[in-house]
Ligand binder design. Structure first.
Ligand code: KIV
Length: 263
């Protein structure tokens, strides 16, 4: 089993091999995810809700993400690990570089930032510094207070055009991957074809290059799991089997099904 690198992920997009991503936070689950051959683990700031019990991702600190990144890295020699830059930890290029340094030194192989083309200079600086980066567009949970809730984004034509243009601008600025969260499937398909970098969807339909789910949603731990998620533990004999089913269902296009999408 060869270690997953950025080149592997580019190869998946080139060869139209759909791949899976799980947001996870500790060494034990990280080891099981490696056993199930999940290519990418996101140490998401969703840990604020799933692990810390907060109502949003806003209270999560850089130290929190660095700690969980180090835990995930210790359990896994296979997957590519993405560290999430938390709320207000990348308000300037300098701050973004410093936060990224902390996450990369904790064991991340890539960092993720929420926001549109106003972050172009930051993505350029990360690129120049040799830090692989992932953009995050659509529903950006760190802005929940500005967005007025966890709502599908890009439903009207102007909003959809803005998200498409942001994706193109951030790829040009050096972003290596893109997460699209809670956007209509048609828009996600259009963006996935418009950019050359791998696009990871969550609530973004079946046409993105990859699918990400939050560990606690896919194991049925979250009390009211979102519409776009699926409990893979249901019908599985073990957590490992649940992860293996997720990998297989993404690869062969069975997940997400129609009921997990916004049209
Ligand atoms: O924090 C997280 O887990 C995320 C995913 C939901 C994409 O950003």
């Amino acid at each position: 089993m060869n270690k997953i690198t950025l080149s592997s992920l580019r190869g998946f997009k080139r060869d139209a091999v759909k791949f899976s991503v799980v947001a996870a936070y500790d060494a034990s689950f990280s080891r099981l995810l490696a056993d199930a051959e999940v290519p990418v683990i996101l140490v998401g700031d969703s840990l604020g809700m799933t692990v810390q019990g907060h109502a949003s991702t806003v209270p999560v600190s850089v130290a929190d993400v660095a700690y969980h990144t180090a835990c995930v890295a210790r359990g896994n020699q296979y997957s590519l690990i993405i560290g999430d830059l938390p709320f207000m930890s990348y308000t300037s290029v300098e701050q973004a570089l410093d936060t990224s340094k902390q996450l990369m030194q904790a064991g991340a192989h890539m960092v993720k930032l929420e926001g549109g083309r106003w972050l172009s200079e930051t993505f350029q600086a990360l690129n120049a510094a040799g830090v692989p980066s992932c953009a995050h567009l659509g529903l950006t949970p760190q802005s929940v207070n500005k967005l007025g809730g966890y709502k599908v984004q890009g439903r009207d034509a102007d909003e959809a055009q803005t998200i498409l243009e942001d994706a193109i601008a951030l790829e040009a600025a050096g972003a290596d991957m893109l997460v699209l969260e809670c956007v209509p499937s048609e828009l996600a398909a259009k963006i996935t074809h418009a950019v050359n970098i791998p696009v990871i969807g969550i609530g973004a339909g079946a046409d993105t290059d990859a699918q990400v789910l939050v560990l606690h949603d896919m194991l049925g731990i979250t009390p009211r799991a979102p519409k776009f998620s699926k409990n893979f533990l249901e019908g599985s004999h073990s957590i490992l089997e649940a992860f293996e089913r997720f990998v297989a269902d993404v690869k062969d296009g069975h997940f997400p099904a129609e009921e997990h999408q916004f049209n």
